[in-house]
Design a protein around this ligand. Structure first.
Ligand SMILES: *[C@@H]1O[C@H](CO)[C@@H](O)[C@H](O)[C@H]1NC(C)=O
Ligand SMILES: *[C@@H]1O[C@H](CO)[C@@H](O)[C@H](O)[C@H]1NC(C)=O
Ligand SMILES: *[C@@H]1O[C@H](CO)[C@@H](O)[C@H](O)[C@H]1NC(C)=O
Ligand SMILES: *[C@@H]1O[C@H](CO)[C@@H](O)[C@H](O)[C@H]1NC(C)=O
Length: 676
C-alpha cells in the first residue's frame, strides 16, 4: 500500500515535471529585424490609410494632406510575454513582459513652413496590425474620442507630437494623453534649440523586462554624439497590463484639420525577448535619407517641364484660347512646384541668388575678407540683416548641374562644427557660395589671439581642436555621401564669436578640380605641410578620408607648436619648421624633455591634454593611411583618457616612385617634405 502510494506520488510528480518541462521551453519566440529603408519590403510591412512605402524606400506614414491618418505595422505578430520565469504557468497574467529594443530614424516635412505643420506619429504596441476607427489630429491615428483611455484598448504608444507649438515626446498607455512627457529640445554649445529641427531624428527605445525600466534616447542626426543619458527613463509597470500574448509593433500617424506634415520613416530595427541585447544600430548612411527630396532631380524635372511648356507656348502662340489653356497649366504647375520648393526649403534652407543681388549685398565686392585656394571671400550683408561671406569660385570645372547638386549636398550638411551655407549664385561662369560670416577669422589668426596665460591658451586650443575633429567626423560619417575635405589647414577652420570652430571650404575640392590624377590634385589642392603622403605618391596607398586625418594631425601639431607665439608666426610661413618633422617631438617624448614641449607654467591637467593632443596627432600622421585612426576614433581618443593612448611608431617617409617634376611650383617644398 505504501509502495503504491509512493508509486502514485512518483507518477504525479513525474507528470507535473513533464508539464513544467513543457513550459520550460517557453512559448516565447524572439523577433528580430532591421529595415534599412523599406524598398521591396511591402510583404513585411502592412500599411493602411495615408501610409505607403515610397519607390525610393522611405516609409511614408502620412502625406501632407489635412486630416488624414496612416498606420504601418510589422506584419507578423510579436510575442512579448515571457513565461519562463513564471512558476504559476497556469495563468498568463503572471507572465512578465519580456525585454525589447527598437530603433528608428524619422523625419517630417511641414506642408506650411509658416505654421510649422502637425500633428504627429507614434510607435505603438497594438493587439491589431491596424487601427480601425482611429481619428486624426491629436488622436494620432491610434485611438478616437470614444475609446481614448479605455483599459480594453491594450495599446502602448510612444508619441511624437510634431505640432510646432507643443512638440513633445510622451509615453501613453491606452490613451493619447501621455503619462510621461518631455518637451523636445537639444542643447548645442551655445544655446538650447527647441523642437524637431527638420533633421533626421534617431530614436532608440529599450525596455528591460526584469526591472520594467523603459529608456528612450532621442538624438538628432545634426548633433555628433548620441546623448549618454536617456531623455526618458521610467519604470512602466503598466505595460504588463497592456501586453497580450501576441502584439503587433508599428507606427501610427496623423495630420490635423488645419495643419499637416508628411511623416517619414527611413529605417527601423527591432529585437524582442533577448535580454541584454539592443536592436541593431541604424547607420544613417545606409538609409534612404534625402532621396525623397533630392534637389538635383527635382530641378531637372522642373526645368524640363518648364522647357516643354515654353515650346508648347511658342507653337500655339496664335490662338488666344489655347494660350489661355497653357496659362492655366503653367499656373497649376507653378503651385505644385511652389509646394515642392517649400518642402525643399524646409530641408535645405538654401537660396539661389542672382548675380545682381550678390553684387548689391556685397556692395560690389568691396570688402575682401579672405583668399583661399578656391577663390576670394567677400563680406556681405543680406537685406534681412545677416552678415554673410561670399566665396567667388575661381575656376569651377563642373557643369552647372553638378555645381547645383554639389552645393545642394553641401547644404544638407548641417552641424555645429561646419560652416553653414546660406545660398549660392550660379549665372554662367559666375559661381559663388554664400555662407555664414564668422567674426573671429580663421584658426591661424587664433595663434596671435591673446590669452591670459599659455595654460589658458592651451585649454582653449584643446576645445577648438576637439571641435574641428567633430566637424570632420561629421563630414566623413554624418552625411549622406562622405565628404572628404582634402584641404584641412588652420586657414580653413573659422572661429565664431565664441571661438567655436567651424570647418569651411569643404566639398569645394570636388567642384574646383578634376579628379583624374593625383598630380592634377596637387596643382591646386592641398597645402604643403598638411597634405598626406599618399596625395604625393601612391606608394603610401590610395587617397581617401584618411588623407584628412593626416592633415588634421599636422594641424594639431602646428597649433601645439604655436605655444611660443613669436615662433609660430615665423613657423606658419616656414615649411622647414620642425613641426613638419615630428622627430623632435618623438625625441622629446622619449627623453621626457617635456618642458620644451609643454612650457613651464602648465598644470598637470594641461600637461595631460597637451600630451594627449600630441599623441593623437602622431597617430594621425602615420605614413600609411591604414595605420591612421578614423575621425570617429580621433574624437574618442581626444575625449578619452591619456592613459589609454600608446605612443605611435615613428612615421617613415619613402621617396616617391615618380619624381614630381611636373609640379614645378611645388617640387622644391615637396622634396624638402619627403626627404625626411
Ligand atoms: C526587405 O527586403 C529585402 C529585399 O527583398 C530583404 O533582403 C530584407 O531581408 C527585407 N527586410 C526584412 C527585415 O524583412
Ligand atoms: C502562484 O499563484 C498563487 C495564487 O495566485 C500565489 O499565492 C503564489 O504566490 C504564486 N507563486 C508564485 C511563485 O508567483
Ligand atoms: C500657412 O499658415 C499660416 C499661419 O497659420 C496661414 O496664415 C496660411 O494661410 C497657411 N497657408 C496655407 C497655404 O495653408
Ligand atoms: C472608435 O474606435 C472604435 C474601435 O476601433 C470603433 O469601434 C468606434 O466606432 C470608433 N468611434 C468613432 C466615433 O469613430
Amino acid at each position: 500500500m505504501v509502495s503504491l502510494l509512493f508509486l502514485l506520488f512518483q507518477f504525479l510528480s513525474f507528470s507535473v515535471q513533464a508539464q513544467s518541462g513543457e513550459w520550460e521551453t517557453p512559448p516565447t519566440r524572439t523577433t528580430e529585424f532591421i529595415f534599412k529603408g523599406f524598398r521591396e519590403n511591402n510583404s513585411e510591412i502592412q500599411t493602411e490609410g495615408a501610409a505607403a512605402i515610397e519607390p525610393d524606400g522611405l516609409l511614408r506614414l502620412t502625406d501632407e494632406n489635412l486630416d488624414v491618418t496612416g498606420t504601418a505595422f510589422y506584419r507578423k505578430p510579436v510575442r512579448l510575454l515571457d513565461h519562463s520565469n513564471n512558476l504559476n504557468y497556469s495563468t498568463t497574467k503572471e507572465a512578465e513582459v519580456c525585454s525589447f529594443s527598437t530603433s528608428f530614424v524619422f523625419t517630417f516635412v511641414p506642408s506650411n513652413s509658416s505654421n510649422g505643420g502637425g500633428f504627429g506619429f507614434t510607435f505603438t504596441l497594438s493587439p491589431t496590425p491596424n487601427r480601425p476607427g482611429a481619428a486624426s489630429g491629436q488622436y494620432f491615428g491610434l485611438l478616437n474620442e470614444t475609446n481614448d483611455g479605455n483599459p480594453m484598448n491594450h495599446v502602448f504608444a510612444v508619441e511624437f507630437d510634431t505640432h510646432a507649438t507643443g512638440n513633445h515626446i510622451g509615453l501613453s498607455f491606452n490613451s493619447v494623453t501621455s503619462d510621461v512627457q518631455i518637451p523636445v529640445a537639444y542643447t548645442t554649445d551655445d544655446d538650447v534649440k527647441d523642437g524637431f529641427e527638420l533633421e533626421p531624428i534617431i530614436v532608440r527605445l529599450d525596455y528591460n523586462g526584469q526591472n520594467q525600466v523603459l529608456n528612450l534616447i532621442v538624438s538628432f542626426a545634426k548633433l555628433p554624439i548620441t546623448p549618454s543619458t536617456p531623455s526618458i527613463s521610467h519604470i512602466v509597470p503598466k505595460l504588463s497590463e497592456i501586453v497580450q500574448e501576441e502584439m503587433y509593433v508599428g507606427f501610427t500617424a496623423a495630420t490635423g484639420k488645419y495643419r499637416s506634415s508628411a511623416h517619414y520613416l527611413m529605417g527601423w530595427s527591432f529585437r524582442s525577448c533577448r535580454d541584454g541585447l539592443t536592436a541593431d544600430m541604424l547607420v544613417l548612411q545606409e538609409l534612404p535619407l534625402w532621396q525623397q527630396l533630392n534637389m538635383g532631380n527635382k530641378n531637372k524635372d522642373d526645368q524640363s517641364m518648364v522647357t516643354k511648356i515654353l515650346i508648347a507656348a511658342s507653337v500655339i502662340v496664335s490662338t488666344l484660347v489655347v494660350l489661355g489653356v497653357v496659362a492655366f497649366f503653367i499656373r497649376k504647375r507653378k503651385t505644385s512646384n511652389a509646394q515642392r520648393r517649400k518642402n525643399l526649403k524646409a530641408l535645405t534652407p538654401l537660396k539661389h541668388y542672382h548675380y545682381k543681388e550678390v553684387k548689391r549685398f556685397t556692395n560690389s565686392f568691396a570688402c575682401v575678407v579672405g583668399k583661399g585656394g578656391f577663390g576670394t571671400v567677400y563680406n556681405g550683408n543680406l537685406p534681412d540683416g545677416r552678415n554673410v561671406a561670399v566665396k567667388v569660385l575661381k575656376d569651377s570645372k563642373s557643369n552647372g548641374e553638378d555645381f547645383i547638386n554639389e552645393v545642394a549636398s553641401m547644404s544638407q550638411t548641417s552641424h555645429v562644427n561646419i560652416v553653414s551655407l546660406v545660398g549660392f549664385c550660379y549665372e554662367g561662369s559666375k559661381r559663388m557660395i554664400v555662407y555664414e560670416f564668422l567674426e573671429n577669422g580663421s584658426l591661424d589668426q587664433f595663434i596671435s589671439t591673446s590669452a591670459s596665460s599659455v595654460a589658458e591658451w592651451r585649454r582653449r586650443l584643446y576645445e577648438i581642436l576637439l571641435g574641428v575633429a567633430r566637424g570632420l567626423e561629421y563630414l566623413h560619417y554624418g552625411c549622406k555621401t562622405r565628404i572628404v575635405h582634402f584641404d584641412i589647414k588652420p586657414q580653413n577652420v573659422l572661429l565664431d564669436c565664441n571661438l567655436c570652430p567651424k570647418v569651411s571650404d569643404f566639398g569645394l575640392a570636388k567642384l574646383c578640380e578634376k579628379k583624374e590624377s593625383i598630380m592634377s590634385l596637387l596643382d591646386t589642392r592641398g597645402t604643403i605641410g598638411y597634405i598626406a603622403p599618399e596625395m604625393i605618391s601612391r606608394v603610401y596607398g590610395g587617397v581617401s578620408h584618411k588623407s584628412d586625418v593626416y592633415s588634421y594631425g599636422m594641424l594639431v601639431l602646428e597649433m601645439i607648436g604655436a605655444t611660443d607665439k613669436d615662433t609660430v608666426e615665423n613657423t606658419t610661413s616656414n615649411t622647414t619648421s620642425s613641426v613638419y618633422f615630428p622627430d623632435g617631438i618623438y625625441n622629446d617624448l622619449e627623453n621626457e624633455q617635456e618642458s620644451r614641449l609643454y612650457g613651464d607654467d602648465l598644470t598637470k591637467e594641461e600637461e595631460e591634454i597637451t600630451k594627449k593632443m600630441i599623441l593623437v596627432a602622431l597617430w594621425c600622421i602615420q605614413s600609411y593611411p591604414s595605420n591612421r585612426p578614423s575621425m570617429n576614433r580621433v574624437v574618442e581618443m581626444m575625449e578619452g583618457s591619456l592613459d589609454a593612448l600608446e605612443v605611435p611608431p615613428r612615421p617613415v617617409f619613402q621617396a616617391p616612385i615618380a619624381p614630381l617634376q611636373e609640379c614645378s611650383t611645388l617640387s622644391g617644398d615637396v622634396s624638402v617634405y619627403i626627404v625626411k
